[in-house]
Design a protein around this ligand. Structure first.
Ligand code: ZN
Length: 60
């Protein structure tokens, strides 16, 4: 019988926030040239904002 397998704890690459049960769906997990990057919900939002800002700047 396999015991409940928990995913490894996830840490936000930006602010260091820890998710003991792995990255929740609201987090962003992406691979980059430096390895796996995990962004917590707050950092994901700020990241999206900067992306949107760049797009807006480019659009204008
Ligand atoms: Zn974070």
């Amino acid at each position: 019988m396999a015991k409940d397998e928990k995913p490894p704890p996830a840490y936000c690459t930006w602010c260091g926030t820890q998710a003991p049960d792995g990255a929740p769906p609201t987090w962003t997990v992406q691979t980059s040239e430096r390895g796996l990057q995990t962004l917590c919900e707050a950092c994901t939002r700020s990241n999206l904002r900067s992306i949107e800002a760049n797009l807006s700047t480019d659009y204008w």
